[in-house]
Design a binder for this molecule. Structure first.
Ligand SMILES: [Zn+2]
Length: 104
């Protein structure tokens, strides 16, 4: 009986920060998700991780379906506590179609 990991998530010896996708609600390691940031100025952009952008963040899976749902159902406005403008949505959608599609 090996009960070293009572929560059943990942190896017990290493702490992996988990974040929840605002679209499907699934928890994944932070590095596998894409961070969306609302800057203090109100602009919404994709944080590609090299520089940690300041502002309120939300996470999405790298799954195009999650992006589509998040954008259409306005999950991002809720998660970011801000209105995501049509321009921002457009930009996110383009990112989803471009970057995410290439990943596979
Ligand atoms: Zn998701």
């Amino acid at each position: 009986m090996d009960k070293a990991a009572p929560k059943g998530a990942g190896p017990p010896h290493k702490h992996i920060p988990l974040r929840r996708c605002v679209s499907c609600g699934q928890r994944s390691p932070q590095r596998e998700l894409v961070r969306i940031v609302r800057s203090p100025g109100g602009e919404v952009s994709v944080d590609l991780g090299r520089k940690k952008l300041p502002g309120r963040g939300a996470y999405l899976c790298r799954s195009p379906e999650c992006w589509e749902r998040a954008i259409k159902k306005d999950r991002l406005s809720f998660a970011l506590k801000a209105n995501v403008s049509p321009e921002d949505r457009q930009r996110l959608q383009e990112f989803a179609l471009g970057q995410l599609a290439q990943a596979h």
